[in-house]
Design a protein around this ligand. Structure first.
Ligand code: HEM
Length: 426
């Protein structure tokens, strides 16, 4: 057996904070390996990349997500009562609830309809001029998801909620005061959701027939036959609201990709719908979002001839795996013809995890993500009045989560006839 290669530095925390998305793959390349040992925040960790590593994370029962993330990251993302912190039968049953809610055709179509409605209202009602794209997309997605989940408008402050969700997402990779402030916004959002759950359960909030709020609060039972605790129900509601709002980050990258080569926009304006999915999937491969995910080994095992120990902390490099030239030739080139698809459930194209979502921790939100992005592409490409700028924004890989610099704006220029009419009626 071969010992796992080590980095020369005792602790790599500062290097990780400086290098961000390229931290793991740079060391893998340097040490000519797909696994290396180092320390982060003084704790020993094994960093991995590639298809076999993704198989360990998403195709085996040998790892758990419990104890795999720093406390602040866990609180800002999934949280301790969530599906991601479960294993075995408890996980499968809770995951089935997410899959039923987020992957059935009718349910996703309902969310996309609401997204289109709020996009047209938000973008169509704007005066001509420049607006921050991610901010608009975040608000539109927040409104659409809250409607879709079934939270009545009178119980919401959409702008406040959109702001809180954005803070949680923006601060997942940060330390210090801004992360603490984001935790405070998370705590406030959870308090609000706890009250909603209580109101649904005591009947003071009446619900329309089918919606996620009803499923989570009233209908769902865990594998042990129990309803979700009020806290777990609030956490899982937030596990729909927060990641749906986070699609605003992909929307920004999607529009940057469209602006970088205007031929694409022209092409999609005149049809070519069959090429849209390849374009979207290449955006999700090329642009950085989730850098890596964590896990803990549940038993001793030998991986690729390396001895690993029960309890070892592992990080899987999602970004590095999708930029590995052995898996994606010329990985820096934007090529929508690569044929990647979330439907394949493979262990190479892993922007939101790999393998089967039913039996692993793979994201249940990929159908939603891809369909919202397809809708955005159509809305942007088929509107004459929306311009995207700047086309030459760069995406620095040192900060997590990454964003274009400068941020992408949309400019409403020559308005379409119906938008002009709507404005002149006001
Ligand atoms: C915005 C784009 C998104 C990205 C980049 C993303 C990324 C991810 C990743 C990488 C994982 C795997 C975590 C792990 O292996 O431990 C994950 C899991 C998860 N995602 Fe997403 N996601 C997104 C959208 C969504 C959406 C729209 C939903 C809502 C349905 C969602 C809900 C979840 C849940 C509940 C899990 C935990 C699954 C489990 O542990 O079994 N995500 N996501």
């Amino acid at each position: 057996m071969t010992p796992v290669p080590r980095t020369s530095s005792i602790d790599s925390t500062l290097a990780l904070l400086a290098e961000g998305y390229t931290f793991i793959s740079a060391r893998c390349d340097e040490l000519r390996t797909d696994i290396f040992r180092t320390r982060l925040m003084l704790r020993p960790v094994l960093c991995m990349r590639g298809e076999a590593a993704a198989q360990l994370f998403y195709g085996s029962e040998d790892v758990t997500r419990v104890g795999s993330m720093p406390w602040t990251v866990l609180r800002l993302l999934q949280d301790k009562h969530s599906v991601q912190q479960l294993d075995g039968e408890m996980h499968r049953q809770r995951k089935k609830m997410f899959i039923d809610l987020a992957m059935s055709g009718g349910s996703v179509a309902g969310l996309v309809d609401r997204f289109r409605h709020h996009w047209l209202a938000q973008v169509g009602n704007r005066e001509t001029g420049r607006s921050d794209l991610r901010e608009i997309a975040n608000l539109v997605l927040t409104k659409a998801s809250a409607d879709w989940i079934g939270i009545p408008g009178r119980n919401r402050d959409d702008r406040g909620l959109a702001n809180s969700l954005a803070r949680m997402i923006d601060n997942t990779g940060r330390l210090g005061p801004s992360a603490w402030l984001a935790l405070m916004f998370r705590w406030r959002t959870e308090r609000w959701l706890l009250k909603i759950v209580e109101a649904v359960r005591d009947g003071s909030l009446q619900l329309r027939e089918e919606c996620a709020l009803k499923t989570i609060c009233l209908l769902y039972r865990d594998a042990d036959g129990r309803a979700l605790s009020t806290e777990a129900a609030a956490v899982e509601l937030l596990n729909l609201l927060r990641p749906i709002a986070a699609i605003s980050r992909w929307i920004e990258f999607l529009c940057l990709a469209l602006a970088s080569d205007p031929n694409w926009r022209e092409r999609f304006r005149s049809g070519h719908d069959e090429e849209i999915e390849g374009f979207i999937e290449e955006v999700r491969r090329l642009y950085p979002f989730f850098p890596f995910v964590g896990a803990r080994l549940k038993k001793d095992l030998v991986w690729q001839d390396h001895p690993l120990r029960k309890g070892d902390w592992l990080l899987l490099d999602l970004y590095g795996t999708m930029h590995d030239p052995r898996l994606f030739p010329q990985p820096a080139v934007f090529n929508p013809k690569r044929g990647s698809s979330w439907r394949d459930g493979d262990f190479r194209f892993i922007p939101q995890g790999g393998g089967r979502p039913e039996t692993s921790h793979r994201c249940p939100g990929e159908k939603i993500t891809v369909e919202i992005l397809q809708e955005t592409l159509k809305l942007v490409c088929r509107s004459q009045s929306v311009r995207i700028t700047p086309a030459d924004a760069i995406v620095p890989l040192g900060s997590v989560p990454a964003s274009p610099a400068p941020p992408i704006s949309i400019i409403l220029a020559d308005a379409e006839p119906n938008a002009v009419a709507a404005r002149s009626r006001r």
